[in-house]
Ligand binder design. Sequence first.
Ligand code: ZN
Length: 329
Amino acid sequence: MQDSPITPTVDFDRDGVQHGFLKLPHSHDTSAWGSIMIPITVAKNGEGPTILFTGANHGDEYEGPVALFDLAHQIKADELSGRVIIVPGMNYPAFQAGRRTSPIDGGNMNRVFPGDPEGTFTEKIADYFTRILLPLADYVVDFHAGGKTMEFLPFCCAHVLEDKEQQARCIDAMKAFNAPNSVMLLEIDAANMYDTTAENMGKVFISTELAGGGSTSSYTVGIAKKGIRNILRHAGITKGDLEVSDTLNLDMPDQRCFVFSETSGLVEHYIDLGDEVKTGQLIAKVHNIERTGVPPQEYYSGIDGIYMGRHFPGLITLGDFLGVVAVPM
Ligand code: ZN
């Protein structure tokens, strides 16, 4: 296969802390021989496992980038046994623009894996992760949040995998991360995700959804930072005991967990995140905004559980995600 067009300015095998870039040529109107410069930090000390941290797989999700830029400038090689690779802004053009997808090619990073070295810019970045970075990693932590259109109870998640031994290692990592909620996440469509690519390579993979709305809070960034400290200790890369608080274990058994809007309009919420909900209970109404006097469309939960995520903006469009209910284990 074609070599990646991306060149790193860091040496992944060198001991010490290096701050540099993944350099992807991008010729455009204001920079004929320019490049997309994706920041990367590599911190290594001797032999040991490698952990790969990523944020801004979706460019409008901020807890991961905040915690990872903070980690990158504070990390000290002499406190490590192994290697830490930090990419705070994975889909960097999207992150710079504050958008979920790339403004250059419209690419949604988590829907283009395994990527293509001769494809779009987003596909080229994905290909670099698939063929260069993921093979270096034993542990992979990909930070997500709800972005501008969704909001979640903050959780760390693992997936149901065919390889139960690998699944157990992922669940152990999720427990070590110790977010307030730990979820066995059911994806709407797992094809072409970074998650699936990493899991198919046998990696210990965990992800998060830490609140959302396109911003952060000290609480949610604190969850990300504690999770980073814990997973580094869990992997044996740093020393120390895990910082453990209560976590609520949640499962998503099937598609009954999801509610999607079949109307466009103004959302009126009837329950809030963290509320207990019963099958058939009213979750939200969507009011027609084109005229008065039209009864709103009502939406109900398909399962008993905890209201774990919701549509964030005040207005909603036909086909949008409206809410998700997860089941305590
Ligand atoms: Zn995301």
